[in-house]
Design a protein around this ligand. Structure first.
Ligand code: FES
Length: 354
């Protein structure tokens, strides 16, 4: 993109004032916005000022727009120099924007460019009679009808070197010209032959709602078949669901005095319980601590801690690791966290185990 800067001093007019028409247009645009937000009309006013100035924006026109909108001139200058739709240098009476983007190139834009260079010269150059100037631009959105140019506000499409040359002749001579496609196709219909959407019934209204009728006819057999299929899939004898089906299984705490009492077990002797709690009398340590294993996670469920032997910190060798016949079963068999607990072996003061 070329550097966008204001036209040289010698091209700039000494003054610029809004015409009555431009003034009325400006007031109408400003009225669209709330008080204090009149700057929102800046694009519209710059466009109108460009039109009044002959297709380009002199510095004085930019300053007039700034004054009208109570804006700093530099802010309006920023907008005028940013948008390529504002011309900062004089243009011809017919300002030609030539599309040089790929689709147009593939359809012969190069030949159109040669016509421009032959008849007008380099881009950004106004012919001596002030009739033409041209500028190469990016895609103008009419790729279906490539190659194309925009002349002032109108598109001219499906160009060939021949029809474009004639178009320029007609414009220069003031003769009426045809806008849009230069080969007679309507909008962007197929280029050579129309071979789709040709059924007349598409345009006489007779097919309106036809899709619904077809849909309903197709749906009918399915509707009648569905209930039969659904009935066949229902089992004749429905089994009653288990009460716990689909529910989380809950069970009592693994080992609590209440549970043991409920199961007919003799509650732990309070003296034994006190002895087990006394670390100095314990003969078995928590082996998980001894081996450095991580302790079992905290749980709201209770379990019996394995007593320890303070002097060795190991299971007493002479103590049997299996219950002696006639003794009570282990106090804890399964922990709620899933880990197995070992039978608690307690040695009382008479060196008896329990
Ligand atoms: S490429 Fe030329 S109009 Fe899109």
């Amino acid at each position: 993109m070329a550097v966008r800067k204001l036209a040289p001093e010698n091209m700039q007019p000494k003054s610029f004032a809004f015409s009555p028409e431009t003034e009325a247009f400006a007031d109408q645009q400003i009225a669209k916005y709330p008080p204090g937000r009149q700057a929102s009309a800046v694009i519209a006013l710059l466009f109108k000022a460009q039109e009044q100035a002959g297709g380009w924006l002199p510095q004085k026109a930019i300053e007039a727009v700034a004054a009208k909108l109570d804006m700093a001139p530099i802010r309006v200058m920023e907008i005028a120099t940013f948008y390529t739709m504002f011309n900062l240098e004089p243009v011809g009476k017919y300002f030609i924007q030539f599309c040089g983007t790929t689709p147009c190139q593939l359809r012969g834009a190069g030949d159109i460019k040669k016509v421009l260079e032959k008849r007008i010269g380099d881009q950004n150059h106004v012919t001596a009679d002030g009739t033409f100037s041209w500028l190469e631009v990016e895609c103008l959105g009419a790729c279906c009808n490539a190659p194309m140019v925009q002349i002032n506000d109108d598109y001219y499409e499906d160009l060939t070197p021949e029809n474009f040359d004639k178009l320029l002749d007609d414009l220069a001579a003031g003769r009426p010209v045809k806008k849009g496609s230069q080969i007679g196709r309507s909008t962007s219909e197929p280029f050579e032959a129309v071979n789709t959407l040709q059924d007349p019934s598409l345009y006489d209204g007779s097919v309106i709602g036809a899709w619904r009728k077809r849909f309903e006819e197709t749906a009918k057999p399915a509707e009648t078949a569905e209930p039969a299929a659904a009935a066949a899939s229902v089992p004749q004898e429905v089994k009653a669901a288990k009460p716990t089906a689909g529910r989380p299984i809950e069970s009592d705490v693994a080992d609590t005095p209440a549970k043991r009492a409920k199961e007919g077990e003799t509650p732990v002797n309070p003296a034994d319980r006190a002895g087990a709690a006394d670390q100095t009398k314990n003969t078995v340590v928590d082996q998980r601590k001894e081996s450095g294993d991580k302790p079992a996670p905290q749980s709201s469920k209770s379990y019996v801690a394995t007593p320890s032997k303070p002097e060795e910190g190991k299971v007493t060798p002479e103590a049997p690791t299996t219950p002696v016949a006639g003794t009570r079963p282990a106090q804890a068999e399964t922990r709620r966290d899933g880990s197995e607990s070992k039978p608690a072996v307690v040695v009382d003061k008479d060196n008896k185990t329990s």
